[in-house]
Design a protein around this ligand. Sequence first.
Ligand code: NAD
Length: 446
Amino acid sequence: MRICMVGTGYVGLVSGACLAEQGNEVWCVDVDSEKVQQLQSGHIPIYEPGLQEIVKRNYDEGRLHFTTDLAEGVQNSLFIFVAVGTPTLEDGSAQLQFVMDVAQGIGQCMDTYKIIVMKSTVPVGTTLAVQESIREALAARGLTELEFDVAFCPEFLKEGSAVDDFMKPDRIIIGAENSRVAELLKELYSPFTMREPRMLTMSIASAELSKYAANAMLATRISFMNELAGYCDVVGADIEEIRKGIGADSRIGSAFLYAGLGYGGSCFPKDLKAIIGCAATHGYDFSLLRAVEEVNQQQRERMLEKVRHHFGGNLQGRKFAIWGLSFKPHTDDIREAPAIDIIKGLLASGACVSAFDPVAMENSRDALGHHAEVSFAKDGYEALDGADALLLVTEWPVFRKPDFERVKSLLKQPVIFDGRNQYNPDQLKKLGITLYSMGRGRHGEE
Ligand code: NAD
């Protein structure tokens, strides 16, 4: 089939490449001409495991095209997927300008029947507003009879395993009001559901809300465990033992039960704000989700409090090694990453920082504004040299089993703040390293 993918970010580029990998011909369109040029010259602007290979293969074999010309993509395709950003506005609501710009653009250049499939995460009602906008743009060209359909297919890929998630999804949700469109989309997605044919069709409104609901549920689990971890620190229980204890209950399950520094990234924080904000415009108060957000924000402060407490409340002139900057392992995405807030908190207290991340240092340097008090090391051990303590912020595999003797010899004081509960408190105690974890009782203070 012939597909146009509008927006070549994390979602659009992965989706476009994976659809091309199944033999479809895909035009990836983006307004960012620099990004398009990079892609045309074989450079992938984001880090995503496995993506480079499939983009290169499909580009070389002529199934994947990159262009800034929306009309070229639209006129060549039956399906037009919209995967542009929907960032947070100042009032917390979703910014829909990019989506509506694309809708206008499609209406200004389509000349035959099209199926427009929204993939951007948007509030209930947006897909129908897109339909209306395309209709208006067609009417302005005198094309009131030109037919098209809209659908909403939420994307559930996760950065860091996006290619795998797209190729082997848990489920595919198709929101469509027209059964013929739903059947065509089922056909398009059928190669991805050969093993687990979980294809769910529903109304567009339910599909739009399903995406927010999934992220809100996962964020709620994370904040629940983090709040419980705070209580464990107070009463001397171990959140890791509790995690195993409750995760073994089949009604609960073991996923998303890890206490840590809270969620980040481009989706959970933005989507929670959007659902809370949209609900408020309908006079509905999502008090549970407001609490989820509050706990998440506190979690970064909890780590800083542990650091301040250990150093007697004064961090002036201290140096801290930071391991991990991306919001989670296997991505270079630092949007809403706990590391950025924690580094800012340390700098505000008069400390300086030496950081290492396998792929996210360039993005972090830009986000932190090339600060003189922040240096970037060539590896994790170099970051430790002369530091007062190590803060493990992102649990990249390379940080899981470090040479603790070497860590100890490089640090000024043998202190680790483990923001992801990666290290064994008993082992570190034997090595003479003071360990602070998130909700593992009073280990760090012994
Ligand atoms: P992104 O910021 O990485 O990419 C968006 C791209 O859209 C950018 O390259 C931008 O230049 C382009 N764009 C903006 N306006 C455009 C226009 N008018 N025409 C063509 N291109 C345009 O965003 P992303 O992370 O890929 O997210 C896209 C959407 O998918 C969001 O709504 C997000 O919530 C949702 N989503 C993201 C993820 C994720 O893990 N990142 C997962 C599921 C859903």
